[in-house]
Design a protein around this ligand. Sequence first.
Ligand SMILES: Nc1ncnc2c1ncn2[C@@H]1O[C@H](COP(=O)(O)OP(=O)(O)OP(=O)(O)O)[C@@H](O)[C@H]1O
Ligand SMILES: Nc1nc2c(c(=O)[nH]1)N=C(CO)CN2
Length: 552
Amino acid sequence: MAPVRDELVSAAVVEQDGDGDVYAPDDDHAEQVTSPASEDDAPYVPEFALAPLAPFTPPTAVVPTEAEQQTVPGWTPEHRTDEAQTGALDTHGIPADTDEALTGSGEAWSEDLGSDRTSIDEHTEHTEHTEHTEQTEQTEHTEHLDHTEDAGDDDSVDGEDGHLAADDSPAAEASEPERTGSGSVPEAPAVDHESAVDQLTTPTAPVPVVTATPGEGLPTDETGAATSAPAGVPSLGLGTQTVAGPFGDLSEPEDAHQMPLQLDRMDARPDEPVDAVLALGANLGDAQGTLRRAVAELGTLTGVDVVEVGPLARTAAVGGPEQPDFLNTVVIVRTTLSPRELLLGCQSVEAGNGRVRDVRWGPRTLDIDIVVYGDVIGSAPDLELPHPRANERAFVLAPWAHLSPDAHLPGLGGGPVAALAATAHDREGIRWLALDWLHDAEVPTAAQVRRPATVAPALTAVQVVSVPQPETDQAVDQVPDGEDAGQTGYQPEAAATAGAVEPDPASADHEHATDGLAGTSDEGFGWPGGPPVIEHPELQDDDSPASPDRPV
Ligand SMILES: Nc1ncnc2c1ncn2[C@@H]1O[C@H](COP(=O)(O)OP(=O)(O)OP(=O)(O)O)[C@@H](O)[C@H]1O
Ligand SMILES: Nc1nc2c(c(=O)[nH]1)N=C(CO)CN2
């Protein structure tokens, strides 16, 4: 390994996080990143560049047949690979005999991987151009994980490990919210989430090509490549096939540039449906509306059933630039998708709701993280399970513990979720939890804003409010106002069972309740002396999630 040293990269340098995600420069958040340098500051030579290269035989230009020139607009000889090297090619440079396999089952596709890496790349292009499908994140994912020279040139590849700044996609750009201060996000373009996931699961889809360290539990050969699929992975083509390296199908020497095509445990579909916990957050635009829509859209993903939805929490932003409060919730889904398929499904929903990744931990219209997927513990360049920061985030743990008081977070730093929520650093940034946010609900009276029976002991300090059904785009800011309110979706029987505390109007804290970024020492989660029952948990303020005109 070449010597490296840590350098504080200036704000002018693109930031890169531990996951390999690259973010636009952010003056406030220059990060420690590792960049290679030698003692004498000699130009850095990447390690791979030192590897002995096989002699390169440039492909022989192939003159198109007359028919080809007529049928392929814009055709030029360099669009083709040497036929002599790759066998009979179709007009897209795809070996004719592999075309069927490529569009057939994933298994058949994988069997042909050994034939020609270039043909696979070409095929991706072929798929793109011929299917005219919407440019989903999945398509990008599949395309850019190719370890080809071209892949490295593509801005949309997010970091060295090849995972994506998915929202660089044209679809995401098109849906970039206008931050005009109007507070509303333009209608997200319709995204066919089902078809996005179908592309992952149907035989005609390009199989996601994933390189990662071999997944735990998979048998591997001496190169580290997975040699067989684990139980429950019927069609993703895990196997011993290797594909040509970044320089194409060089014949000499045999193995020098062969890279194993590896799928890992994150691609393993479960034998039985698995419960996964998703954390949702939003602080731009109509955050509540977006979260409602996201829950619905998650339920439309093939292989995903929404089982339970947590309360809505208003939370102070953690990390990143100064920004509005978030609305957060958790959703428990039952899925037959693999972890990576589920991630791609979530990212598809994010993209459809205008998610843009420009600033790390910056404001966003929608964020969906996989907190846990069953009891899977594992790490791949694009997916870590459980989510590596979930154990320290009250904005995830508090709504989760409320939904599942006995939940346990597996893995390093894990433990009982309610206990983790009670000690998380950001616990005091939890402003309130609303139980009835998902469905139609009328505004509660002050007397109805109280602790419910189901609240976990560690969460009793969180004020529970009712959030009304929005009538406008700005409705996330509508105030559960005790004075003007009618009935609520809140269940008084539950409160009675719990011996709910009668609200004390004197305890109302209008100031803090209306200031999304106000001091946290004596409010919210961890309030000493019991739950603050706030008569007017005003949300109508500039810091609120639906008020993106605040400078961010
Ligand atoms: N468990 C996970 N859930 C979602 N994304 C994950 C997970 N593990 C790794 N990732 C990767 O993290 C990348 C960055 O995700 P995202 O932009 O949503 O980060 P973030 O929400 O801003 O920050 P954080 O990861 O701290 O929540 C994604 O592209 C994804 O590949
Ligand atoms: N309150 C809050 N803070 C955050 C959130 C979030 O969802 N809520 N998401 C982040 C990145 O995932 C970073 N910080």
